[in-house]
Design a binder for this molecule. Sequence first.
Ligand code: ITT
Length: 199
Amino acid sequence: MSAPQLWISTTNQGKLNEFRNLIGGSVDIHSVGELANYYPPPENGQTFTDNARIKAKTLKALKPGAWVIADDSGLEVDGLGGLPGVHSARYAGPKASDGENVAKLLKMVQIRSAANRKAQFRCVLVAYDPAGVEHVVEGVVTGTIATSAKGKGGFGYDPVFIPEGKEQTFSELGIAVKNQISHRAKAIRQFMSLIEQST
Ligand code: ITT
């Protein structure tokens, strides 16, 4: 039997690398980067689930009959009332780089919450199966915000996030360790059991 086809709605290369690594070769993976007629929709939802659904539905309209999946994810800092949360990609402004977002985060934690650096990464995946049925899964990894950026691996806020039970940031730990324990890994494990049940 041929591998099921899965289309992933992300324009973030860091996420896509992790998806490929986490899902492995049993699924035929494609991304929106291959589609000339894909335009990223405005992510104007209030929650990760809203935004993941917006992205997944946009892709489903272009790829009916395939598995489609969208990830909406971000970093929630307890002492910042859950910010940057759904605003993680644009925390320092609409076209902010990862470095600018990290610099703003370190500054805000220093000002507002230097004594409480607890945080979590959250990943919500909304998927549509080939019959068009929606599935929603979620993964969370708890940790703390480092006092400065450390390490070269990963993307986004990885240089400042120290997962619980470790002493280094996700960037320092590297993708092999991150992919055992991350929010995205936990969500993908649930998603893979859905795909496996259906094939
Ligand atoms: P797509 O919508 O195209 O998937 P995006 O980067 O805009 O790409 P989101 O709207 O879900 O995706 O924003 C997620 C942001 O949260 C991302 O840009 C990072 O800043 C941060 N983030 C999410 N997961 C992360 C991870 O595993 N490591 C580091 N930062 C992460």
